[in-house]
Design a protein around this ligand. Structure first.
Ligand SMILES: [Zn+2]
Ligand SMILES: [Zn+2]
Length: 152
């Protein structure tokens, strides 16, 4: 088992769950994915290893509760991506109105602004923020280029 998987094994087992073979397959699929996957798409990949769709749903719920993965809602579907090791401090996404793709917005430079915004929201509303899920709606750069090209 590679180092990454060992790390997740620890998290899962320390929370009182078993690190089953099925969980390993789902986890590997998410680690290797470079796009956002929904439950059915994950199932299409792991079904060869005889993991059922029900198990995929159950595993995703478990991973989400443990903070291993992140759920993103776009186009009325839930998509999943790694939260731990994702290298993304913020979770900013854009759904493209034209092609329905979900884009990760690299937000490294916004780190400080984001923390300040959190502090401000917490103070003004008397609450505590653990995480965020920000979805912008618009056009991805490819669709924007196409549109510009058509308008010429
Ligand atoms: Zn697009
Ligand atoms: Zn993402």
């Amino acid at each position: 088992m590679d180092k990454n998987l060992m790390y997740f094994k620890k998290i899962i087992e320390n929370s009182g769950y078993k690190f089953t073979r099925q969980k390993q397959y789902v986890l590997k699929t998410l680690i290797n994915a470079d796009i956002h996957l929904n439950a059915k798409e994950i199932y299409e990949i792991v079904k060869e290893d005889s993991v059922s769709l029900t198990t995929v749903y159950r595993t995703l719920k478990n991973f989400k509760e443990l903070g291993i993965i992140k759920e993103i809602n776009a186009n009325d579907t839930n998509y999943y991506e790694m939260k731990i090791f994702s290298g993304k401090p913020l979770n900013l996404h854009l759904t493209c109105n034209q092609c329905n793709s979900i884009i990760d917005i690299d937000s490294r430079s916004l780190n400080l602004e984001y923390l300040l915004l959190n502090n401000k929201l917490e103070k003004e509303n008397n609450l505590q923020i653990y995480d965020s899920n920000i979805m912008f709606i618009g056009l991805c750069s490819e669709c924007l280029e196409k549109l510009k090209w058509q308008e010429q």
